[in-house]
Design a protein around this ligand. Sequence first.
Ligand code: ATP
Ligand code: MG
Length: 555
Amino acid sequence: MSEEKSLNFLEEIIEADIAAGTHGGRVHTRFPPEPNGYLHIGHATSICLNFGLAKKYNGQCNLRFDDTNPVTEETEYVENIKNDIKWLGFTWDNELYASDYFEQLYNFAATLIGKGLAYVDDSTAEQIAATKGSTTAPGTDSPYRNRSIEENLQLFAEMRAGKYKDGEKTLRAKIDMAHPNLLLRDPLMYRIKHEHHHRTGNQWCIYPMYDFAHGQSDSIEKITHSICTLEFIHHRPLYNWFIEQLGIFPSHQYEFARRNLTYTVMSKRKLLQLVNEKHVTAWDDPRMPTISGMRRRGYPPEAIRQFCDTIGIAKRENIVDISMLEFCVRENLNKTANRFMAVLDPIKLIVTNYPEGQEEIFDVENNPEDPNGGTRKAPFSRTLWIEREDFMENPTKKFFRLGVGLKVRLKAAYIVQCEGFAKDDAGNVTEVHCTYLPESKSGNDTSGLTVKGTIHWVSAAHAKTAEVRMYDRLFRVEDPSSEDGDFKDYINPESMHVLPEVYIEPELANAREGDRIQFMRKGYFCVDKDSAPGKLIFNRTVTLKDAWAKEQKKG
Ligand code: ATP
Ligand code: MG
């Protein structure tokens, strides 16, 4: 029996609209990224929400690039955004650009001028700011507020034609300089910017402001439910004002709370700083909260969708614990990632009674969680690599691994008993010496012994090598943006730790970029794009357990 999930507040609104037959019961959403950076996990919530609602209600979802600011926008970002949305598992119904509406937006503006509802202002940005008033005091009218319609139309056409320099004139809506909502005190509609645009080139030198582009674009596309984040709530009356005055399709704006995540920052502006100032290697650095960073780190798209679904949507701003995202990643990888043996911090184990030159090939189960996961071949021989931490010179009472006199099972192979060890001049253990019990072979164990510990290993003669990049939180504090000073002061200096040479099972040599696997007992890993033939590089996606939470408790 499946449990009915209760509706979130947007689903309630949509179902009520459908029931009332609003817009013929049609649901049409859009995801409107500004192509001024890469998408991050916050955007993923908005993507899952907009595409998810369209799907649930048999509607449509547009991908609309909100590209009205030529200074910060680039085609490279457009391509990456498309790629990320597809990778997340969503398909848009229409690929659209606000810049495609520039002509229509210009005509809308001229219509408002014609109705006496917009005017060209010669005031400087400083003068406009100084006459805005405050929450307690009304603003003052611009001296240019009462220009005639004819003069305004002519000046606006001249602005478009390039007659004026940046900042020399603006177009403002003529609403009310004493309006209690400051955003309605004659807001800017257009500004002059002699800048090259990534799509329209040098065709335009005036660009519409967000408030005069977004709602109109929604309306042109006949969007029924325009969902944005909470900081736009005070813009809604302006959104409605433009639509009403123009008498165009009545799209409606709804707000939900922006999603933030602990131990990271989410604004594109800040992420860009991390990239430009080389605190990370690129937008897709596996430590970044970007979709491309998470992909490279090995997060499966299903896990990200699961996370967005789990946290749902809220009406109030909050910060979600990153361990929830990691939980979703682990849960997914536990079911899907094949297990392999890799030794990250190696010491040698010599099976002293195993004949020199002999080898056996064991079948190892790929994934105990997946009955159809199959098996692979792992070669075994006299000299193996094991993890340094699996041996203790003076084992403590609860240490169920190797130490002189202790027995352990070598995964998928034999039970061995530790007989001794060797050290180098510096006193470091270099070799562990064991004997094996031939009758304890996995799958056919007649030894009658039970041992508490099982450890992984790689045959030294057969092992391949690889580089492993271990990642930790990018920041040392939960919410770097709310701390004193610069958020970059809180970067974790140990967010990446490289193991230049680890030993891996020979089967793993065939792994390809993007493959997601488990190194048994060590965590989930993913093949990085920096890998080259003969030189595999693995990113640690996530540990097997939430070690960080434990560390924090120990304090
Ligand atoms: P940023 O501040 O990170 O640059 P933005 O809001 O300027 O974000 P846009 O490209 O304009 O980025 O965002 C596209 C869509 O994604 C918008 O509808 C926006 O509300 C939504 N969005 C952006 N960040 C988040 C977030 N952290 N949580 C939920 N939705 C978000
Ligand atoms: Mg934005």
